[in-house]
Design a protein around this ligand. Structure first.
Ligand code: F6P
Length: 319
């Protein structure tokens, strides 16, 4: 291993910068050359490479977003695109690649591995849906961002004695909703992994009001329903003054938490070690806090599901 490339792909996640910094510095420490590939696989196809030095990654550990930019690249889903990407790496003498991203990004990384480029993935998505590891980079920060917003909404919900439906991100997973719902003291948490009936949500709200509750917060994962529709249903069936907030992309930005910076730093440096050892087609991971690596095939089969006991706890604590 002489020269490695690093790219960030798919939706950005707070902590990606800390991870890129770790890759660059750990590689240089090891005597390797590093190139940053801008705009994920799109930049790979365009040959948008820049040599990285120690100072290229100065002053970024605390920043959200990704200094390498990112993209969702449809062309790289095709065999022709993958072959052209492979050729770009060969032409630039890159013999190892670190890919920060989620499931789709790892599928691209696996194709490059199959074509002969040593490739390591680093789980980075606020959705936290990549399994076979303790956590994905960005999730901790996104939950913190969601909770800060929920706390603020609760202030005004209390003042106006209103019901709020707050829609959070997560694509088809309910991890953000569940953690933010439990930590934010929500009355109900709706996630795609657990079927629910809006009649039950309404009945619970009405029980709360009968007991003297002045306001209520319902958290809905984007994969479990539309905040707007749920808000309308609740208002029509209860008569309660109801408002809806869709948190949206605010959850993807902001300074990464200490937890995400530590995780990203460890996984970024570990991915360099793995490449040096000749490992390829794997995801760098922590399991029970220990650094390890998991073959992509296993990762693709280990969809992370929200903890049922935590879901039940959120329900019990919000009676
Ligand atoms: O995967 C991260 C994520 O933020 C999802 O939670 C969300 O569904 C999606 O990306 C939004 O993607 P885009 O930024 O392309 O609209």
């Amino acid at each position: 291993m002489r020269k490695i490339g690093v790219l960030t792909s798919g939706g950005d996640a707070p902590g990606m910068n800390a991870g890129v910094r770790a890759v660059v510095r750990a590689a240089i420490y090891r005597g390797l050359e590093v190139v940053g590939i801008r705009r994920g696989y799109a930049g790979l196809l365009d040959g948008d490479f820049k040599p990285m030095a120690l100072e290229s990654v100065g002053d970024i550990i605390q920043r959200g977003g990704t200094c390498l930019y990112t993209a969702r690249c449809l062309e790289f889903l095709t065999e022709d695109g993958q072959r052209r990407g492979y050729q770009r790496l060969i032409d630039a003498d890159v013999d190892g690649l670190v890919v920060f991203g989620g499931d789709g990004s790892f599928r691209g990384a696996q194709k490059l591995h199959n074509l002969g480029i040593k490739t390591i993935g680093v789980p980075s998505t606020i959705d936290n849906d990549i399994g076979a590891c303790d956590a994905n980079i960005g999730f901790d920060t996104a939950v913190q961002t969601a909770i800060e917003a929920i706390d603020k909404i609760r202030d005004t919900a209390t003042s106006h004695e209103r019901t709020y439906v707050i829609e959070v991100m997560g694509r088809s997973a309910g991890h953000i909703a569940l953690s933010a719902g439990l930590a934010g003291g929500a009355e109900s948490v709706l996630i795609p992994e657990v079927p629910y009936k809006l009649e039950d949500v309404v009945a619970k709200l009405q029980r709360g009001v009968a007991r003297g509750k002045k306001h209520s917060i319902i958290i809905v994962a984007e994969g479990a329903g539309h905040g707007g529709e749920i808000g309308r249903y609740i208002e029509e069936h209860t008569g309660f003054d109801t408002r809806v907030t869709v948190l949206g992309h605010v959850q993807r930005g902001g300074a990464p938490s200490a937890t995400d910076r530590v995780l990203a730093s460890r996984l970024g440096a570990h991915s360099v070690e793995l490449l040096v050892q000749g490992v390829s087609g794997h995801m760098a991971a922590t399991q029970h806090g220990e650094l390890t690596s998991v073959p992509f095939d296993e990762v693709f089969q280990s969809d992370r599901k929200p903890d049922k006991a935590v879901y039940e706890l959120a329900d019990i604590l919000s009676i």
